[in-house]
Structures are given as structure tokens and as C-alpha cells.
Design a protein around this ligand. Sequence first.
Ligand code: 5GP
Length: 120
Amino acid sequence: ATLPYDPGNIFAKILRGEIPCKRVYEDEWALAFHDIAPQAPVHVLVIPKGEYVAWDDFSARASAEEIAGFVRAVGHVARELGLVEPGYRLLANLGGDGGQEVPHLHVHLFGGRPLGRMIS
Ligand code: 5GP
């Protein structure tokens, strides 16, 4: 089950500008910034601006506009970073078994080296 949204989570603070981030891209729907502990030469997090804990509430409650805006932002960031031709990986950790640590939906974008079969 998806927890209620906690406005005190670290990505909410980043969205409100209370904590700095290395911003890569921002629009009406999404914010992208470098992960603080990169696992690849490119490791960017893309988050929707709306208050969604994980895929469950995002997919159930977000408007078609929000969903489209978020998906388009992920694609835009990958293009802007030059990752389309070499390739990249998208990953979302969701919930406890998924290993999610920050309870604001985020997609990890990895690239810049051959990534092998999987980042666990
Ligand atoms: P999760 O395990 O929830 O999918 O991933 C959370 C990610 O957020 C981790 O890769 C972690 O390094 C990153 N992270 C945690 N706190 C911060 C922060 O304050 N700033 C940034 N830029 N990344 C963070």
C-alpha cells in the first residue's frame, strides 16, 4: 500500500528550494537533478512536481497531463544529455521490496558507460 505523502521528504524540500540540487532540467511537470551519490558517470533523478509517493498513487491519481509531462521530461533529459545514441537505463525503486528510500516518486536515469545487464 502507498503511504500518505510526507511533505517533509528530501525531494519535497528540493522542490521547494529548501535544499540545493544540481539541476539538469525543470519544467511545469518535472524536475531533474544529479543524484548525490552517482552510481554511473551520468546518474540523474527525474521527479514529478506533484505530490506522489510512488508509481501506485501516480498512476492512479495523476492527470493525463501530469503523466504525459513527466514521461516527456524523462525523454527530454535523456536527449539533452546525449544518451539516446549510446543508450541508457531508467529505473524506479518502488516501495519496501523495491528498495525505495525517498518517498517521492523518482526515476533514476543512468548512462555514460556500458551498464551491463542490471543495476541492483
Ligand atoms: P531510491 O533508493 O529511493 O530509489 O533512491 C534515492 C536516491 O536519492 C539515491 O540514489 C540517493 O543517492 C539520492 N539522494 C538521497 N538524498 C539526496 C539528496 O539530498 N540530493 C540528491 N541529489 N540526491 C539524493
